[in-house]
Design a protein. Structure first.
Length: 118
C-alpha cells in the first residue's frame, strides 16, 4: 500500500513539475479591470509566472471547498458532541447505580446473617 501511495505522489509531483515547466511565461494579474483602475488612478497588478497563478487558484479553490464542507458539517459535529455528552452522563449514572446496588447487596447480606442468627 505504501508503494502505491508513493507512486501516486511521485506521479502527481511529476505532473506539477511538467505543468510548471510548460507555463513559465509571466502574466499580469490585475485586482480590478483596467477601466476602473484608470478612473481611480490605482492599478494593483503583479507579474507572476502562469504556473504560480494556476497553483494559487487551485489552492484557493481547495481552501474554499474545505471551509464550505466544514461549515456544512457543523450540525453533524454538534449532534455528535451532544450524543457524546449524553453517553458520558449515562455511563456515570450506570456506574453510580451499580455502586449503590453493590452497597445494598452487602447490607442485605448482613441483615440476612443477623436474621439467621436470631
Amino acid at each position: 500500500m505504501k508503494t502505491i501511495r508513493y507512486a501516486f505522489w511521485a506521479i502527481a509531483g511529476l505532473c506539477l513539475i511538467i505543468i510548471g515547466l510548460a507555463n513559465r511565461d509571466a502574466v499580469t494579474v490585475r485586482a480590478m479591470p483596467q477601466a476602473l483602475a484608470d478612473v481611480l488612478g490605482l492599478s494593483p497588478d503583479i507579474q507572476l509566472p502562469l504556473f504560480i497563478v494556476i497553483f494559487i487558484g487551485v489552492g484557493v479553490g481547495l481552501l474554499i471547498g474545505f471551509l464550505w464542507e466544514w461549515v456544512r458539517e457543523h450540525r453533524t459535529r454538534s449532534d455528535s458532541r451532544a450524543k457524546s455528552r449524553e453517553l458520558d452522563a449515562l455511563r456515570r449514572e450506570v456506574k453510580k447505580l451499580r455502586g449503590e446496588a453493590v452497597g445494598a447487596k452487602d447490607s442485605d447480606d448482613v441483615l440476612a446473617l443477623l436474621e439467621n442468627a436470631g
